[in-house]
Design a protein around this ligand. Structure first.
Ligand SMILES: *Cc1c(COP(=O)(O)O)cnc(C)c1O
Length: 227
């Protein structure tokens, strides 16, 4: 696993270099769904600093078990409104905010614990029924509404694009979301910074970096195939 991690870090560096970007501007989120606590600990020892979890119950167990480790927890999975109270307790960044109702609920729970919760807005870039996320068309209005919530800080966008075996086929989606991010950034909406683009997984992270990813979410390339 240490070797795999090193290899991923090297590939991130190379992809950054090819596209004239500073590798320091790309952060690796190690995706640990279904990975045991021991192996997550091993990854932290090997240098991982951000962990991405998809499921609340699994995340809470790992956060407790690994509380002595200096890591940052990101939540990247679909979030039900009634789980907001749990996620604000451990997540430094929630990648997957996909509705106004969810944003309001996270805001309310963050307020209770006196926290400004950093979030990304998930956009359903491929307009797939099977995936969550707001539509490109609604993004501007929804983000403006969310930006008025006092205990949220909107940092950027996240996508889970349609799956293709060939990462080049995903490139247009990465370009489209970057363009949307740039348009939103120009609006200078108060309380919205739009610097982050969470995109790129094991199969396509190099292309995502070439197109501007600032957070790549990688599981399989580090931990191997999931069961
Ligand atoms: C599982 C998952 C990943 C990581 O996928 P890999 O192909 O294993 O790298 C990234 N993002 C989300 C939202 C995921 O659910």
């Amino acid at each position: 696993m240490k070797k795999k991690l090193k290899n991923v870090i090297e590939r991130i560096r190379k992809a950054a270099e090819i596209s004239g970007r500073d590798p320091e501007t790309i952060r690796l989120v190690a995706v640990t769904k279904t990975v045991s606590v021991d192996r997550v600990a091993e990854a932290i020892d090997a240098g991982v600093t951000i962990l991405g979890e998809n499921y609340i119950q699994e995340a809470r167990e790992k956060v407790t078990a690994l509380s002595s480790y200096p890591v940052s927890w990101h939540f990247i999975g679909h979030l039900q409104t009634n789980k907001s109270k749990y996620v604000v307790k451990f997540a430094d960044l929630i990648h997957s905010v996909d509705s106004l109702k969810l944003a309001q609920s996270i805001d309310k729970q963050a307020k209770k614990i006196n926290k400004i919760q950093k979030i990304l807005i998930q956009v359903n870039i491929g307009e797939e029924n099977s995936k969550s996320g707001i539509s490109v068309q609604n993004a501007r209005d929804l983000i403006k509404e969310m930006s008025t919530l006092q205990n949220l800080s909107i940092k950027g966008l996240m996508i889970l694009p349609p799956f293709f075996n060939n990462p080049e086929k995903v490139r247009p989606y990465f370009v489209e979301i970057r363009n949307l991010r740039d348009r939103l950034k120009k609006e200078n909406i108060p309380n919205v910074s739009m610097n982050e683009l969470s995109m790129g997984m094991t199969g396509d992270f190099e292309v995502a970096i070439e197109e501007g990813a600032t957070l790549v979410r990688i599981g399989t390339a580090i931990f191997g195939e999931r069961n």
